[in-house]
Each structure stands twice: as C-alpha cells, then as structure tokens.
Design a binder for this molecule. Structure first.
Ligand code: MN
Length: 206
C-alpha cells in the first residue's frame, strides 16, 4: 500500500562539509547558498502549498495564475538545488573525466569529453540572467541533451531525466568570483561528482 500522506518540502543536508569544496567554492559562499537561498525556495514552496490548502478548506478564491507561477518557480528551485549538491564532490575527490556508461554516452553523442565540456560550459556561461545548465537524457532518442534553464523552470524539457546541473545564478558564485561567471564555470569541472552523474544515468536502465 502506497503511503499517500501529504507532506511538505524539506531542505536536504549537504553530502559534504561546508568547507570541503574550497578553494573552488568557499565555505561562506556554500553556506549562504544552501542555508539561505535553497532554504528560501523550500520555505516559499511550503507557504504556497499551505495557502492552497487553506483556500480549499475555506473555499476562498485564489489568483491561480500568479500562485502557480510562484509555485513552479520555487519548487523548480528546490528540485534543482537538491540535484546540484550531490552533483558536487569534495575537492580531493571530484573532477577528472567521466568513465563507465556516462563516459561512453558522452563520447557517442558529443564526439569527445572535451567537446561536451565546451558545449556545456558555453551553455552555462550564456544563460540569460539567472539560470542553470543541465545535462539531461531523452529516452526516446537515447541522447544526452544539454538544457539551458532560465530561472528554475524555463526551457525545461518535460520528462527528460536530469543527470547533472550547474547553478549559474549570481547567488551561486558572486562572493567567490564577483561578476566572472566563466571562472566559476571553469572551477566547477574540478568538483563535479561523476559517480553521481553515472548513477543517475544507470538508473534509467533499471
Ligand atoms: Mn542557487
């Protein structure tokens, strides 16, 4: 029997220490990002769910357009950050090149890891305003496809499994890199957790 009890979102704990990603991501940057920004999306998502619960209970009207727009934005933020943290690995363990199924999949689609890295970096650097670069996978074509997500929810391919994300909102890097997003994107490759990305890809064949 499936447990259908209604719940609210919860901020996940980081899978590493706040200073484990230094010098690529400072303790201060990571702490504010996780404890303030990610927590903010969790809180706002829950507040909107409570507002929906209350309006339904009291049978009052809601502005559905603005409510659902805010809900999508905040849940999107929570979901992407929850994928982002395990995508990262402590400085002494992360980076390098992907191997296994992921390495093969990248080589087959992009020709080489270097070509993939270049395309993904360019996608990340050129996101207009706030957003994310994501590596997703389309099961219809068996192709990994890069998404350039604006905000948290624009340009998303529905139902594509997300394998890897990189947050390029200014709040992700401004303390460490000021306005130099490209430097932050470069440093990401030193702390990416390929085992996690590989695991997400392998889950597709289960
Ligand atoms: Mn963020």
């Amino acid at each position: 029997m499936v447990n259908m009890e209604k719940k609210f979102y919860v901020l996940p704990k980081l899978p590493f220490g706040y200073n484990d990603l230094e010098p690529h991501m400072s303790e201060e940057q990571l702490t504010i990002h996780h404890d303030k920004h990610h927590q903010g999306y969790v809180n706002k998502s829950n507040t909107i769910l409570e507002k929906l619960d209350k309006a339904r209970k009291d049978n009052t009207e809601l502005d559905m357009k603005s409510t659902l727009k805010a809900l999508s934005f905040n849940i999107g933020g929570h979901v992407l950050h929850s994928l982002f943290w395990p995508n990262l690995a402590p400085t002494d363990k992360g980076g390098g090149k992907p191997d296994g199924v992921l390495g093969d999949t990248i080589d087959k689609e992009f020709g080489s890891f270097e070509r993939f890295k270049k395309e993904f970096s360019q996608a990340a650097v050129s996101v207009e305003g706030s957003g994310w670069a994501a590596l997703s996978f389309c099961r219809k074509t068996n192709r990994p496809i890069i998404m350039q997500i604006e905000k948290h929810n624009v340009n998303v391919y529905p139902m594509f499994k997300i394998l890897m994300v990189l947050d390029v909102w200014e709040h992700a890097y401004y303390l460490d890199y000021k306005n130099q997003r490209a430097k932050f994107v470069d440093s990401f490759w030193n702390i990416v957790n390929w085992d996690e990305v590989n695991k997400r890809l392998e889950e597709l064949s289960k």
